[in-house]
Design a protein around this ligand. Structure first.
Ligand code: HEC
Length: 177
């Protein structure tokens, strides 16, 4: 009887140790990393809706002639402030080939490829890259179509765009946490 108990205890102990070791397997670490990228993508989807909705609302209600502060310029000022606060980086860039401001164009390899992807009608283009301090960075580009007639008041070249065609994009960089 005494002997049987001891065997049972040893068996139970082995099971507990095995379960503990299982939870440390690298497979789970990989799953966790993918889940972290997926959570970051979700944050970008949320930001994208917030920023684009704000730009459309501002243009609709506050921009009445070409002397008013364009929502695009307000967005760039907002993006600068958000970057300075250390949250994330986001840029308003041209895809049409005729930017209002020559500074608002694709600069690096990711953005240049993103312009091609947006032109070909993609609604999303992303890449996970090495970031600072061993962190990973999620880069995402999302398209901006000519959402309303008013846009052409200051961007006459948008008149040539087909319905739904991307003339601009938002380029995001977020740390994967
Ligand atoms: C009142 C004039 C005006 C209106 C209306 C306007 N924009 Fe702009 N847009 C600008 C200016 C000025 C800039 C450059 C801002 C800067 O660099 O600070 C700009 C920049 C942009 C950019 C970045 C690329 C570039 O051309 O420099 C995009 C994309 C853009 N606007 C899209 C739109 C869309 C879409 C609409 C309609 C919802 C719109 N704009 C309405 C004046 C305007």
């Amino acid at each position: 009887m005494k002997f049987q108990n001891r065997t049972f205890l040893a068996g139970a102990l082995a099971a507990v140790v095995a379960a503990g070791a299982l939870s440390l397997l690298p497979v789970n670490a990989a799953d966790d990393q993918d889940a972290a990228v997926e959570r970051t993508r979700k944050t970008v989807r949320m930001l994208d809706d917030v920023y684009k909705t704000a730009v459309v609302l501002i243009t609709e209600h506050y921009v009445n002639d070409d002397k008013d502060l364009p929502a695009g310029a307000a967005a760039i000022a907002l993006f600068d402030a958000i970057k300075k606060k250390g949250w994330h980086e986001v840029k308003l860039l041209d895809v049409s080939g005729e930017p209002y401001d020559d500074d608002n164009v694709a600069k690096d390899a990711f953005e240049k490829e993103a312009v091609k992807q947006m032109k070909s009608g993609k609604a999303w283009y992303d890449k996970v890259v090495a970031g600072e301090n061993g962190n990973r960075t999620l880069r995402v580009a999302t398209p901006i179509p000519v959402v309303m007639e008013k846009c052409t008041m200051c961007h006459p070249n948008y008149k040539q765009a087909k319905k739904g065609e991307a003339i601009g994009m938002l380029s995001y960089q977020l740390t994967v946490e």
